[in-house]
Design a protein around this ligand. Sequence first.
Ligand code: NCD
Length: 334
Amino acid sequence: MKHLLSTQDLSAEDAIRILDTAEEMAAVNEREVKKLPALRGRTVVNLFFEDSTRTRISFEAAAKRLSADVINFAAKGSSVSKGESLKDTAQTLAAIGADAVVIRHWASGAPHRLAATDWIDAAVINAGDGTHEHPTQALLDSFTMRRHWARLHGTDSQGTDLSGMRVAVVGDVLHSRVARSNVWLLQTLGADVTLVAPPTLLPIGVEHWPCKVSYNLDETLEAGVDSMMMLRVQGERMNASFFPSTREYSRRWGFDDTRLRALDELGLKDTIIMHPGPMNRGLEISSAAADSPRSTVLDQVRNGVSVRMAALYLLLSGDTREAVPATTQSKESN
Ligand code: NCD
């Protein structure tokens, strides 16, 4: 694996390798000294053309815990705002000696472009491209679900998948790269996925995705669900009105206090409530739900660092291992 661009082309074997490696990294993150020398001397550039809190600091923490040098580049305040192209930016990063580029871009496909051209020969990690994909978010979500699933079944999470887990992905699927990456990965890992959204917030062609579709959140709850993944309503990507009012939205599609109580009434005592953040409290999720013991919001953030450490390690450490014998050989031949 040279790049991590999407979960659609990720095999079950590779996905489980990343999740298992992330378990090892999680053990490091529980130590007092949270640092490994694995990527000493390697340079990771965080290239962010779109706003981010969690993803950017998570990648920064992950790279630093592996002892890499980290360069943070935000498009605002850089020459990109003077109109510099992705090509020129990439060539500049190549000249600086970047080994990995973590890119978030408003244009769907930008990370693929970077990986496919010869502008730069670095490992490319997609940290969210437009409405397309966000693979490390889906991996950290699966990591969080796998731990929960293993705990429930009294098994070890390492080496296992999500077979039989019922996951509902709820809300603004249309604009969500998190939903797309999750649908592909969850299906690869054997989970049973239902998208729940108003028809206006579902993409064209959703009937060909490997999941069920429902317009009714209460029916989905009544049918039984192990994980509720609430999506943010992405106001910044909406150029029209996709639902009648915010009140109507939260009444029909939001995880509100009534639905939180319904989980208990339905006997769904182990169902978790997930959200990738940032949350619109009171819209797609109520504060009581976000702060309840069922909520995994902060676990997701915590697990994100371990998953990103695993991704960086697997993409970059392979090269280091190859480089060592090559140097030894040239010394010997001298
Ligand atoms: C998501 C994103 O940026 O795609 N957030 C994140 O990475 N934690 C989801 C969102 O913005 O709603």
